[in-house]
Structure formats: structure tokens, C-alpha cells
Design a protein around this ligand. Structure first.
Ligand code: ADP
Length: 458
């Protein structure tokens, strides 16, 4: 400011001196006033330049000038640049934030105080069938029309979530969404949605499983309790007592087998995946299967023609007990379901793509195509009474599928009613290696023990 004042004085002084030089005292006064006007005019030109720059929306660089107007323009420009950079920063952060919400596996919908959709992410749009452009600022209750959501939306408490079908839900492929409304600033609400289809399915499966297990155990228990009561209350002949005790032992065995299979399944689910450090000769697995299959065929009073491969030189990596159990389950099914006189062939072969395949082929009743995809479900049976008569639990193929999956293998089933069945497990090349051939003596004695369940079935 001092410089500004000094400039003003210098202009006046210059004007006065010029007047003095031109016309002495009277002209000096005029010169003084003219100097003051000249300074004011120059100052107004500078102020006008700054004002024009401000009015034009600060486009381009600030007018370059010295003095207070220059400083004003400079300061305004710096303040504006800082604002701009803060706004860009805030915009970038908002974009990052929205991008993060876009990536969320859950749906997010922002609702204004009137319940209109202000913004939603792609997941929510997919789950509710919203059109991201057309449906913005639409009333959410007009778009999500499920009555339980409407009641939840208009209700006073949103502490609990509500589950409704998703927009793509169909009777054969149901989709369940869990919705949660969360109020925030100024009467707005945040609608969060989560796909709980898998969770709901798991819950249904858990309930079915508990119901199935209870049913499977209750039947032999009821029979057992009935026999116990008969033995307690009736004076029976010795041979009748023996018959009853035999029947009781049969029911007890059935429960033992069931509990064994359940334990096997839970062990398979709970234990770490088998590594590739332990190698079992394929011939050993087949040899053990052969022993058990022949014993089971005799025990069931059927005379089957049993043909077993004698492969030499291949070893399989994995858990030996699990592998034996899977193979034994397939062979025991073939023996149990193939009528007397039928034939069963168990083979091992290398596939052209380097995989190795165990296959169990029988000339049994075969299976209708509609049952095949469901055979590995727990407790699924095509013929309930035949399964029970022969000591089946309905868990054998579920165990086989688990073992196969844990070893990176696949279970393939080919069957036609009346034309027999072929069950095959195909192991990946990474679990196979060429090994020493196994002698007959070895195969007869040192086969790996099958898991508990199969030991019970044989
Ligand atoms: P189960 O203990 O009843 O045999 P599984 O899980 O081993 O249970 O098999 C499921 C169902 O698949 C059986 O109940 C049976 O109906 C059918 N099944 C399995 N293997 C054969 C087979 N070799 N031939 C005909 N049906 C079979």
C-alpha cells in the first residue's frame, strides 16, 4: 500500500513539476491535479483488466501486472487453483469410492428421502433387474414389488433383514436375496442386497440330511426295540429266539454300516486334500477289491462271474484307504445289484490323454437316465427296498464322488435299463506313474485297508 501511495505522490509531483516548468505557480497546481488524474486513470485501467479477467470466469492466466491489482489477480488465481485441485481430488475420491462399491459382490442402492433410487451398483441392477439409466429416480417400491419387501420398507423396524426371490428366480433355478435397509443422513436410506441362494440351499440340504439320517436310524431301531420287547414278554422256543436274535443282529449291523458311512463322509469333508507323496500300486487296489467282491458275492448267495484285470506297473498317488474305499463301493454295488448268474468286470486302463481309468461294468438291471445325475446325492436310491435288502446305506456313491473329487478325478456313469451299468473313475495324469509290477503273493496280503465303512459292507 505504501508503494501505491508513493506512486500516487510521484505522479502528482511529476505533474506539478511539469506545470511549474511550463507556466510557474498557477500551472504547477493544474499539473498537480492532472498528475493525480493520470494516476487514477492508469489505476482504473489496471482494475478494469483484473475485473474483466474475473468476469470472464478466470479463463487463461491472470493479467500480469505489478502492484496491488496484480497481487489481487495473483491471489485470486492461486485460491481458484487450490479450489480446483480440491474439487478434482474430491471427484477422484468419489469415483474411486463408487468404483469400489461397483466391485462389491453385494448390491448397493442409495435411496433419497422419498424412496427414489439415486444410485445403484451393477450387482444390485442385476439382482433386481433395474435398468441403470431408465430406473434412476424411480420409486424403489414400484420396482421391487415383492409384498414382504413392501411391508419391510414401510415398517418401522429394519433391524432384521428380509429374504425375497431375485428378479431372475425361476421355479427350477430359485434365486434368494437377503435385503437390509439402513437409514442415513437426511431421511435417506441405503438398501443392501446379498445373494443367499447357496446359503439357503445349504440350509435345506442340512435339514434334509438330518431328516434322512434320523429316518434311516429310526427304522432299524424300531425293529430292534420290537424284537427286544417280544423277547422280554413272550416265552419263545430256543430256535425262535435264535431267529429273532439273528434279525436283531442284522438291524444292528445295518446301523453300524450307516454310522460307518456317515463317519467316512464327515472325515472326507473335514480332512486335508490327499497329497501326491504316497503311491499305491493299482494292482494292489484291484487285488483287495477282488477278495472283498468274491466274499460279498458268496455272502449274498449269488454266483457271479467276476473278472478282474491284473494290471502291472502303474501306481496311483493319494490316500490309499480312500482309493480302496471308492473302488470297493463301486464293486460292492455291482455285486449287490447284479442278479445271480450275471457278470462283473473290473478293469484298469490308460486313456490316450494320459489319464488312468478304473471301470466296473456289470450286467445288472441298469439305471434309467433320469436317475443318473442324482445317484451321488446322499441317500438317493433308485430302488429303496433292493438297496436295503442288500445292506445299502444310500451313501456309497456320495463317498465315491467325494474321494474322486479329492483326488482330482471324475466319476463317469453309463447305464441303460436292462443293459447293465459301467461306473468309471478317471484319475489325472499327475497322480499316475509307472511303478514296479506287483507279484501275486504281495497282492494277496498287503493291500491297503479300506476305510471303516467298506470294511463293514463286505
Ligand atoms: P446304496 O447303498 O443304496 O447302494 P449308493 O449311493 O451306492 O447307495 O447307490 C445309489 C443308488 O444307485 C442305489 O440305491 C442303486 O439304486 C443305484 N445303483 C448303484 N450302483 C448300481 C449298479 N451297479 N446297478 C444298478 N443300480 C445301481
Amino acid at each position: 500500500m505504501a508503494w501505491r501511495f508513493l506512486g500516487f505522490l510521484l505522479c502528482q509531483l511529476g505533474g506539478g513539476l511539469l506545470g511549474w516548468w511550463l507556466g510557474r505557480e498557477s500551472a504547477a497546481l493544474v499539473g498537480l491535479v492532472a498528475g493525480a488524474f493520470a494516476w487514477l486513470a492508469a489505476d482504473s485501467v489496471r482494475a478494469a483488466a483484473v475485473l474483466r479477467w474475473l468476469r470472464e470466469g478466470n479463463q487463461g492466466a491472470a493479467p500480469a501486472m505489478r502492484g496491488p491489482w496484480g497481487e489481487v489477480a495473483d491471489r485470486v488465481q492461486r485460491a481458484l487453483r487450490m479450489r480446483e485441485s480440491q474439487a478434482t481430488d474430491a471427484q477422484r475420491r468419489l469415483q474411486d469410492f463408487l468404483a469400489a462399491i461397483q466391485q462389491s459382490p453385494n448390491g448397493v442402492v442409495l435411496l433419497d428421502a422419498q424412496g427414489r433410487i439415486e444410485w445403484c451398483n451393477q450387482t444390485a441392477a442385476d439382482q433386481f433387474g433395474f435398468d441403470l439409466k431408465r430406473d434412476l429416480m424411480q420409486q424403489v417400491t414400484n420396482l421391487i414389488r415383492d409384498p414382504s419387501f413392501t411391508a419391510y420398507y414401510h415398517g418401522s423396524s429394519h433391524a432384521r433383514e428380509v429374504v425375497i426371490p431375485g428378479s431372475r428366480s425361476t421355479p427350477s433355478l430359485p434365486v434368494k436375496l437377503s435385503l437390509y435397509l439402513h437409514p442415513y443422513g437426511g431421511g435417506r436410506r441405503l438398501l443392501l442386497s446379498r445373494d443367499v441362494t447357496a446359503l439357503e440351499q445349504a440350509e435345506v440340504m442340512r435339514r434334509d440330511f438330518v431328516a434322512n439320517v434320523s429316518h434311516e436310524i429310526r427304522t432299524p431301531l424300531t425293529v430292534l426295540a420290537g424284537f427286544v420287547e417280544t423277547l422280554q414278554n413272550l416265552p419263545l422256543e430256543a430256535n425262535e429266539r435264535i431267529r429273532y436274535l439273528d434279525l436283531m443282529a442284522q438291524q444292528a449291523r445295518r446301523m453300524q454300516t450307516l454310522v460307518g458311512d456317515l463317519l467316512t463322509l464327515s472325515r472326507l469333508e473335514g480332512s486335508p486334500l490327499p497329497g501326491t507323496g504316497e503311491w499305491t500300486p493299482v494292482a494292489l487296489l484291484l487285488a483287495q477289491c477282488e477278495q472283498d467282491a468274491r466274499a460279498l458275492s458268496v455272502a449274498l448267495g449269488k454266483s457271479h462271474e467276476l473278472r478282474f484285470d491284473r494290471p502291472a506297473g502303474h501306481e496311483l498317488a493319494g490316500a490309499p484307504g480312500e482309493l480302496a474305499s471308492a473302488l470297493l463301493n463301486l464293486v460292492s454295488n455291482a455285486v449287490r445289484y447284479t442278479p445271480a448268474g450275471g457278470s462283473i468286470e473290473v478293469a484298469w486302463r490308460m486313456l490316450p490323454d494320459g489319464r488312468g481309468e478304473f471301470s466296473v461294468r456289470d450286467t445288472g438291471p441298469g439305471i434309467a437316465p433320469e436317475h443318473i445325475p442324482r445317484l451321488t446325492e446322499r441317500f438317493y436310491r433308485v430302488d429303496r427296498s433292493r438297496s436295503r435288502e442288500t445292506g445299502g446305506t444310500g451313501l456309497g456313491l456320495a463317498i465315491v464322488k467325494h474321494v474322486a473329487q479329492r483326488h482330482g478325478a471324475e466319476l463317469a456313469i453309463e447305464s441303460r435299463p436292462g443293459a447293465g451299468s459301467t461306473f468309471a473313475i478317471r484319475f489325472p495324469a499327475s497322480r499316475l506313474r509307472a511303478g514296479p509290477s506287483v507279484s501275486a503273493a504281495q497282492t494277496g496280503t498287503s493291500a491297503p485297508p479300506a476305510t471303516e465303512s467298506m470294511a463293514g459292507q463286505g
